[in-house]
Design a protein around this ligand. Structure first.
Ligand code: KIV
Length: 264
């Protein structure tokens, strides 16, 4: 069954958990989709894990579109959401809706994700009015890293907790079909999840959310040096790939590869 924002929202109404994972290329997206993950996110985290940048700030709209296109080709059933990168929705509503349309038109994905609360509700209204579903993103919003200062836990003060509650309500009112909560205390995520009618997807936001999202590189353990508390590493892909590449290197050097059977 091909997922839409409707079927995703239905999962919350039915009390079923929603599973979301990032993908940045065709082959990985195909695996993720075949497993039955409901939402594939082409996250701007590709700036870090694919491009090697320190932050998500440098990735461009054309780079997001490139990855979006190849991911969409690998996905049959999941809803594909693409991050609007930094600078594509902060200037004004006109350029925000123009950029959202460009992303959807050129990638064939079904939705976009934007970081921020009340300050971007006007953009969300314009984009949803244009017929494009929007996923919100609150808590740790990495595009604002230079303002936040560090990737630490968010919403730790009463004031910040009230603000995130108000932001979540504003995002739902503005027309978001779902909201991601990143790196906030579990009890606030729980409160927001019961307050909103739309699905709340957590990353480092505890187990009370309607669903969970992770960066696939973290889930498969591609970079052992990056292991925040909220990541569960299901595989040590770094050591498996490293061992295979080492073996290949040794076989080439020793003349053991290719064998007779591997030759024409
Ligand atoms: O860019 C990304 O991968 C994200 C997830 C961490 C939610 O926004």
């Amino acid at each position: 069954m091909k997922h839409s924002v409707k079927t995703i929202c239905q999962l919350k109404q039915e009390g079923k958990k929603i599973s979301m994972l990032t993908s940045y290329d065709y082959t990985t997206a195909k695996i993720v989709d075949e497993v039955g993950i409901e939402i594939v996110l082409v996250g701007d985290s590709l700036s870090n894990v694919f491009q090697g940048n320190d932050t998500t700030v440098p990735v461009t709209i054309d780079e997001m579109i490139y990855h979006g296109k190849v991911v969409v080709k690998g996905v049959k059933n999941a809803l594909v959401v693409i991050d609007m990168p930094f600078g594509t929705y902060q200037i004004n509503e006109e350029s925000a809706v123009e950029n959202a349309i460009k992303i959807i038109k050129e990638t064939n994905a079904q939705a976009v994700k934007l970081e921020g609360g009340i300050e971007i509700e006007h953009c969300i209204k314009r984009i949803t009015n244009a017929g494009i579903p929007v996923m919100g993103h609150l808590g740790l919003t990495p595009q604002s890293i230079h303002q936040i200062g560090s990737f630490e836990l968010q919403a730790t003060t009463k004031e910040a907790q009230n603000k995130i509650l108000q932001d979540a309500v504003a995002l739902e009112k503005a027309g978001c079909f779902a909201v991601v909560l990143e790196k906030i205390p579990s009890f606030i995520a729980k409160e927001i999840t019961s307050l909103l009618n739309i699905p709340v997807i957590g990353i480092g936001a505890g187990n009370h959310c309607d669903g969970q999202v992770l960066v696939i590189n973290d889930l498969i353990g591609l970079d052992p040096s990056f292991k925040p508390k909220f990541v569960r590493q299901y595989l040590n892909a770094h050591s498996l790939i490293s061992a295979a590449v080492k073996q290949y290197h040794e076989d080439v050097k020793s003349g053991g590869f290719p064998s007779e059977k591997e030759s024409y």
